[in-house]
Design a protein around this ligand. Structure first.
Ligand code: FA5
Ligand code: MG
Length: 413
């Protein structure tokens, strides 16, 4: 029988390299080359990607609504590498030894010490330890799961954390004398043993009202939402926020009052805090009516061009693209005097008809000696009902070149 270890060594050999760091493989290794291809793609940082638009909607909300003077209270971190230790992903968050997420069937292990983070919460403790009291962390997360329209082994989350000192938490209370953050009390459904009821309730209120406002900012003022009790090892109490979208309740985020033990392990002694984690794909699918989670990984310009907006709040309703492959050819020419781009676009449209999905200027060159200008355009062709052959595309493309020379006076390069 081939053991797990042997088969992994067949995939990677003795070691595996991820974003420039080499890790030894061992019997725990279950990452695959296909999954590792996704590491470093950072769709959340790719301009005009729907996940980037979503992330900005969230980030803008926090930047605009939480200010100290003119400075945003929340710092934003979006390029933290997804390889973390098992300690960061699980132990630092008090995940019990038998927590299901630890199973090799559920998470992607690099080896017995490192894994691809299963949630952005993996960084909570270390961010607080570095001195941050309020932060957003955007990143790719990895979970072993089935692949269908709503599940994909890589997705993106935004983590938010906010801590309060006693003075900050009670700043809106008329007479805060006698109020304190901590007590030597009893754990109930509503609070941790170490928290006073007033501190638990104020943190809960601050968190819920902030997150409801965020949901309104993203989905509009009239959205219906509700809080559902939840469980996470790293927060107590915990909730999920659901919103009603097209008649259905949809879970958008998990959150809660941070376990005091985690703050303590980060060296934070006199503060309490809340945390949330939200999934970007789920939000974007609902907001833009994107039917399949795989589309986020599409390099197809028919998909990407639909999100090419300057204002991240622009309403967008995704229109399904043809399932047939696109085919792109470039055309380069020297410009005649009085050249107009729109004349060229019209000409392409006239000859190519609906087979032309997009034309974009990919290069604008000026010869320094002659001062002559040339343009290079990329023409993307696609048939709505069949796969175009390269031969069919070439016929159209050559006709475009010919007519551009004849009618517009360009000189094909
Ligand atoms: C978590 O990941 C917790 N770390 C969230 C959290 C943070 C709780 C801080 C408390 C404090 P959960 O597994 O429920 O929880 O995922 C959080 C969000 O990620 C979900 O609400 C959902 O929006 C998104 N999500 C989870 N699984 C998937 C999936 N398979 N595909 C797409 N989005 C997902
Ligand atoms: Mg959940």
């Amino acid at each position: 029988m081939v053991s797990q270890a042997t088969s992994q060594n067949q995939l990677f050999g003795e070691s595996v390299s991820i974003s420039g760091t080499t890790y030894e493989t061992d019997t725990m290794t279950n990452v695959t080359p296909k999954i590792l291809e996704k590491v470093g793609k950072n769709l959340h940082n790719r301009k005009k990607h729907p996940l980037n638009l979503m992330r900005w909607r969230i980030q803008n909300f926090f930047n605009d609504n939480f200010l100290k003077g003119r400075t945003p209270v929340f710092s934003v971190h979006d390029d933290i590498k997804p390889v973390v230790t098992l300690e960061q992903n699980f132990d630092s968050l008090l995940a019990p030894a038998d927590h299901p997420s630890r199973k090799p069937t559920d998470s992607y292990y690099v080896n017995s010490s490192y894994m691809l983070r299963a949630h952005t919460s993996a960084h909570q403790r270390d961010m607080m330890k570095s001195g941050l009291d309020a932060f957003l962390l955007v990143g790719d997360v990895y979970r072993r799961d089935e692949i269908d329209a709503t599940h994909y082994p890589v997705f993106h989350q935004v983590e938010g954390v906010r801590l309060f000192s006693q003075r900050e938490l009670f700043s809106n209370v008329a007479d805060p004398t006698g109020l304190s953050l901590f007590e030597d009390g009893r754990k109930t459904d509503h609070k941790q043993a170490i928290h006073t009821m007033e501190s638990a309730k104020l943190v809960e209120h601050d968190m819920k009202s902030s997150l409801e406002k965020m949901a309104n900012h993203i989905f509009g003022k009239d959205i219906e939402s509700r809080w559902v009790d939840a469980y996470f090892p790293f927060t107590h109490p915990s909730w999920e926020l659901e919103i009603k979208h097209q008649g259905e309740w949809l879970e958008v985020l998990g959150c809660g009052i941070m376990e005091q033990e985690i703050l303590k392990s980060a060296g934070v002694d006199h503060k309490v805090g809340w945390a949330f984690g939200i999934g970007l794909e789920r939000l974007a699918m609902k907001l833009y009516s994107i039917p399949d989670i795989r589309l986020f990984w599409s390099e197809d310009t028919g998909f990407m061009s639909q999100f090419d907006v300057d204002d991240v709040n622009t309403p967008i309703t995704y229109k399904p693209i043809s399932q047939f492959p696109q085919c792109s050819n470039d055309i380069s020419f020297w410009l005649p005097d009085g050249y107009s781009e729109n004349d060229f676009y019209d000409l392409v449209r006239t000859i190519g008809g609906d087979l032309v999905e997009q034309v974009s200027l990919v290069d604008d060159f000026c010869n320094p000696k002659t001062q002559r200008h040339s343009h290079c355009y990329r023409i993307v062709y696609r048939h709505m009902e069949k796969t175009l052959t390269q031969k069919e595309v070439n016929v159209i493309h050559e006709a475009i070149q010919q007519q551009a020379a004849d009618l517009l006076g360009v000189e094909i390069r």
